[in-house]
Design a protein around this ligand. Structure first.
Ligand code: ADP
Length: 634
């Protein structure tokens, strides 16, 4: 077989071309990470070989000592990184090094801004992997042979990082992979032994296989790491930097993790876990189908990535490993699903994460950073995981009428402490409710007429504006014996409302209320006097058992047809506009004005109008009449 018959050039997938360009540009100031990425890939390849050899021991017949070596040629400005791991066939190489097999890559690349700092963050989260070699090299070659295949079944992949790569068949005596970097002229520092040695020591200390440096000037290869899996070492021996490096290797992340928790559990089930909270949400956090979960090892042998059985879906942002001493080595996803003991492990790991978050919550700034990234996901927990409700509800943070900013930074304890302090000051009764308002966004919430009376009574209201909040609100129910109250509900009781007075007011204004109800019969359930308004003429409230308008809009948007439900209209009878309505004797004008009052109440809470065109024509008519009145009086 002639070599040229098997040589070919292929274009990169469009996404790869884009990624290469963006990466070289945005990661330039962190270019040395290519070493971490390549050593990390080599380590993964060794893990995979050891795993496959569990069921096919022949794969190791060329040698069972798994190792990584780095070789430097200063004169040629060349680095070679070799592993004797699983290796790749020609088809593997095409699939792995010519395409990006991750869903959503195109949308992800679309988010790039061209601002190097922001993009570096995004790219870092995406995991730059093998392609980072092109930050420092103007030519990269990969020579590989799959474990178990014949010496003449090797393959060489070469690219200059432009639009295409070249493939040819080669003979390779050793199984595994060598990545060869021809460094750019101004990247000669990476062919400097001392520089590379320092970097590799930093990046490979936690790697469970020996990493050696072959330096042509030195007599002996030098081993650069201790080659013990990080999590097997005692906590007290591990430096923070080592934990951070291990995280970057594990998560293919570029930023430091926010926090971590490392534990060994002994007893019926023995296992070690090392769990991390990332600093940034991945681009596919909202894709509930995206791969998630922990990396599973059994007795230090890598078994699988993305073992999702160990944590609930609402903790999908957690990265880490679990190393079990007693799961069978041949454990599969199916077996994990059926394993009864696993439920207990999952419960324990879940509590571990929640405890880690509780600890983090003691540091306000860092917890805020966590909450901004993952708060809405954690809220799913309160809805789905009733076992841990008590831990979860304490981890929630809210925006409120009494926060200085839009930030969700109030805990329920903050809320109650403030309310109780106020009660003490006035030597009054403790507030037995926790008030909240649902709205589409923060501005709408703050401007909501429903808050007026609460605001004048200086009662704090939590502002719930995340997409998930209508569901969260349903799940909240009570905290520390105080019940949650939606301030837009018809039965809202305010602490200082005097029933007798209200009754008298209802009686006094009954004719007006009846008349408005009659005019708006098709659109409202009933009309009443409002206790929650100060400055606004009217608001709509939701029946006590009806769906909140936010939930209703969302369900309707997702195509569900819901039974028709009409809101309750509340009027502020002291308001000049309502008095003006009361004084209107022309029936047509009365109906028109009443319609506008209702439309405005709906608009103020962010609800859509059933018939916006009719509203506009009513308004136009009114403005013209106003014009006429002004003309007439002139
Ligand atoms: P990632 O490591 O995040 O999957 P990379 O771009 O670094 O992404 O690598 C792409 C794929 O190429 C890997 O998933 C792996 O299958 C393959 N690969 C990379 N380096 C090696 C190696 N040294 N040995 C075997 N396979 C490798």
């Amino acid at each position: 077989m002639s070599e040229s018959a098997q040589a070919e050039s292929r274009p990169f997938e469009t996404e790869v071309r884009q990624l290469l360009k963006l990466m070289i540009h945005s990661l330039y100031s962190n270019k040395e990470i290519f070493l971490r990425e390549l050593v990390s890939n080599a380590s993964d390849a060794l893990d995979k070989l050891r795993f496959e050899a569990l069921s096919d021991p022949d794969l190791l017949k060329e040698g069972a000592d798994l190792a990584i070596s780095v070789e430097i040629d200063k004169d040629q400005r060349r680095i070679r990184i070799t592993d004797n791991g699983i290796g790749m066939t020609r088809a593997d190489v095409i699939a792995n090094l010519g395409t990006i097999a991750r869903s959503g890559t195109a949308e992800f690349l679309g988010q790039m801004t061209g601002d190097a700092r922001k993009d570096a963050q995004l790219i870092g989260q995406f995991g730059v992997g093998f392609y980072s070699a092109f930050i420092v090299a103007d030519r990269v070659s990969v020579e590989s042979r799959r474990a178990g295949s014949a010496a003449d079944e090797g393959v060489r992949w070469t690219s200059d990082g432009d639009g295409e790569y070249r493939l040819e068949d080669i003979t390779r005596s050793e199984r595994g992979t060598t990545v060869i970097l021809e460094l750019k002229e101004d990247e000669a520092e990476f062919a400097d032994v001392l520089r590379v040695e320092t970097l590799i020591r930093k990046y490979s200390d936690h790697i469970a296989f020996p990493v050696t440096l072959l330096d042509p000037e030195a007599e002996e290869p030098r081993e650069l790491n201790s080659a013990t899996a990080l999590w097997t070492r005692p906590r007290t021996d591990i430096k923070d930097d080592e934990y951070k490096e291990f995280y970057k290797h594990l998560a293919h992340d570029f930023a430091d993790p926010l926090t971590w928790s490392h534990n060994r559990v002994e007893g019926k089930r023995e296992y070690t876990s090392l769990l991390y909270i990332p600093a940034n949400a991945p681009y596919d956090l909202w894709n509930r189908e995206a791969p998630r979960g922990l990396k599973l090892y059994v007795q230090r042998v890598f078994i699988m990535d993305d073992a999702e059985q160990f944590l609930p879906l609402y903790l999908r942002f957690v990265k880490g490993i679990v190393d079990s001493s007693d799961l069978p080595l041949n454990v599969s996803r199916e077996l994990l699903q059926q394993d009864a003991e696993l439920t207990a492990m999952r419960g324990a790991l879940t509590r571990r994460v929640l405890d880690m978050l509780k600890k983090l919550a003691g540091e306000n700034d860092r917890y805020q950073a966590f909450w901004a990234q993952f708060g809405s996901v954690l809220k799913e927990g309160l809805i789905e995981d009733t076992t841990n409700r008590d831990k979860l509800i304490r981890l929630l943070r809210f925006a409120s009428t009494h926060s200085e900013s839009q930030a969700q930074d109030r805990s329920l304890d903050d809320y109650l402490a403030r309310a109780d302090e106020k009660a003490d000051e006035k030597a009054g009764q403790k507030q037995d409710k926790i008030y909240y308002l649902l709205a589409d966004n923060h501005a709408t919430a703050l401007a909501s007429p429903h808050l007026e009376a609460l605001r004048s009574a200086d009662i704090e209201v939590l502002l719930l504006t995340d997409r998930i909040d209508p569901w969260l609100a349903d799940a909240l129910s009570e905290y520390e014996g105080r019940s949650f109250v939606d301030v837009t509900r018809a039965d809202l009781e305010l602490p200082a409302s005097g029933e007798a007075e209200e009754k008298a007011a209802e009686d006094e204004h009954k004719p007006l209320l009846d008349k408005v109800h009659k005019a708006l019969e098709d659109r409202v359930e009933s009309v009443g006097i409002s206790r929650r308004l100060v400055d606004s003429p009217a608001c709509v409230v939701t029946g006590n058992d009806a769906l909140s308008p936010q939930l209703k809009h969302m369900l309707e948007a997702s195509g569900q047809s819901l039974p028709e439900s009409k809101p309750v209209l509340e009027l502020n009878v002291g308001h000049p506009l309502v008095r003006r309505l009361d004084a209107e004797s022309d029936e047509g004008r009365f109906a028109s004005l009443a319609g506008i009052v209702l439309d405005h109440a709906l608009l103020a809470e962010g609800s859509p109008l059933d018939n916006p065109a009719e509203y506009v024509s009513r308004m136009n008519r009114l403005i013209l009449e106003l014009g006429n009145e002004i003309d007439n009086s002139a």
